[in-house]
Unconditional design. Structure first.
Length: 322
C-alpha cells in the first residue's frame, strides 16, 4: 500500500508538471491524493518524501515520524494542517464562528476634505507664516539695536558695558629707558598700586625722552592681554591721544595716586571687571574715546578720577584716545 501511494503521488505530479501548470494545481493535487488515500483505506503518509525538513522538525520536538499533513475539509481551501499541531484550519475553519482566536480592529475611513477647505487652510497657514516672519523681523531689529547699544557702551542694567569691562587706572612711571633695538619703543616700569610694578612697552620714544617721563603720573589700561613687543613683555597700556604727528599722554589730577580708578563723570567705578579684556571691546571703546576741550571723554562724558578730570594738553578736539 505504501508503494502504491508513492506511485500515485509520483504519477499525478508528473502529469501536472508535463501539462501546462495552473494556479490551483496544488489544491487539485492534494484533493486527489486525499481521495485515493480514503478509497484505499491508507492512512496519511507520516513523512512527505518531498519535504526534507519535516523529519528534522519531528526530531526537534521529540515526535519522531508522527508529524504529517492533512488537507482542509473545505473544498475551496488548499491549506494543509500539520498534525498533531493543527486540528482546525486557521484560514477557513474559524469563519462565521464565535470562537475566532483573535479579532482585528475595524478600519476607520476619513472623508476626504474638499479643495475649498484646503484653500482656506492654506490661506490661514500663509497668514500665520507672515505673522511669524514679521515677529522675527521685529526681534532681529531689537537684537541689532541691543548690539549697537553694547558697542557704544549702552545696555541693560544686568550686563556690564564695554567701558565697564575695561580696568583703567592711574599709574606712575618708576623707571623708563629706550628699547635697545627699536627707535619707537620705551621700556617702562609702571606702578599701578600693586605689589610689584608692571613691565610696559610704549611707542612713545619719538615724542618723549625717558628722563622726562620718570616719576610721571599717567593713565593706563591694565586688563588687556599681555603681549610681547620687541622681545619684551608688556602687561599694560599707557593711554595717549593722537592727532596727526602729535601725541600726548593722558594726565590724571596731580593729587592722584597709583591704582586710582578712572570712571565717567556722574558714575562710580565698576568693581567686577574681567581679568582679561577682549580686544574687540577695547576697539569699541576707542571709537568713542576722544578729546573734547582738553579733557578725555567717552561718549561725550568726561573721564575722571575721585580727584578730578583727566586732561590732555595741546591736542585738538575729537582726537582719538588709545
Amino acid at each position: 500500500k505504501k508503494d502504491l501511494k508513492l506511485l500515485v503521488r509520483t504519477i499525478t505530479r508528473t502529469t501536472i508538471t508535463m501539462n501546462n501548470p495552473f494556479e490551483n494545481s496544488k489544491l487539485l493535487l492534494d484533493k486527489l491524493i486525499g481521495n485515493l488515500e480514503s478509497d484505499l483505506n491508507v492512512p496519511p503518509s507520516q513523512i512527505n518524501p518531498d519535504d526534507f525538513w519535516q523529519s528534522k522538525l519531528g526530531d526537534k520536538f521529540g515526535l519522531g515520524n508522527r508529524i504529517y499533513t492533512l488537507p482542509c475539509k473545505s473544498d475551496v481551501c488548499s491549506y494543509r494542517m500539520t498534525s498533531p499541531f493543527e486540528k482546525r484550519c486557521p484560514l477557513c475553519d474559524f469563519k462565521n464562528s464565535d470562537k475566532v482566536p483573535f479579532s482585528l480592529p475595524k478600519p476607520v475611513f476619513e472623508k476626504k476634505k474638499s479643495s475649498g477647505n484646503k484653500s482656506d487652510n492654506n490661506k490661514k497657514n500663509n497668514n500665520n507664516n507672515n505673522n511669524n516672519t514679521n515677529n522675527n523681523k521685529k526681534n532681529n531689529n531689537n537684537n541689532n539695536k541691543n548690539k549697537k547699544n553694547k558697542k557704544k557702551g549702552g545696555g541693560n542694567n544686568n550686563q556690564p558695558t564695554s567701558w565697564q569691562k575695561a580696568k583703567l587706572c592711574v599709574g606712575k612711571i618708576v623707571e623708563c629707558q629706550c628699547h635697545p633695538e627699536s627707535d619707537k619703543l620705551l621700556i617702562i616700569s609702571l606702578d599701578v598700586g600693586e605689589e610689584n610694578p608692571r613691565p610696559v612697552c610704549a611707542g612713545l620714544q619719538k615724542f618723549y625722552k625717558p628722563e622726562d617721563l620718570k616719576e610721571t603720573l599717567v593713565c593706563a589700561n591694565i586688563n588687556l592681554k599681555a603681549a610681547k613687543l620687541g622681545g619684551y613683555t608688556s602687561s599694560a597700556m599707557v593711554m595717549a591721544a593722537e592727532s596727526g604727528d602729535s601725541v600726548c599722554i593722558l594726565t590724571p589730577p596731580s593729587n592722584s595716586k597709583p591704582g586710582d580708578r578712572l570712571f565717567l563723570e556722574g558714575e562710580t567705578p565698576y568693581e567686577k571687571t574681567p581679568k582679561t579684556l577682549r580686544s574687540t571691546f577695547w576697539n569699541q571703546i576707542k571709537e568713542e574715546f576722544k578729546v573734547k576741550e582738553n579733557k578725555a571723554t567717552y561718549q561725550g562724558k568726561v573721564v575722571v578720577t575721585e580727584n578730578g578730570p583727566v586732561t590732555v594738553e595741546n591736542i585738538p578736539d575729537d582726537a582719538q584716545i588709545k
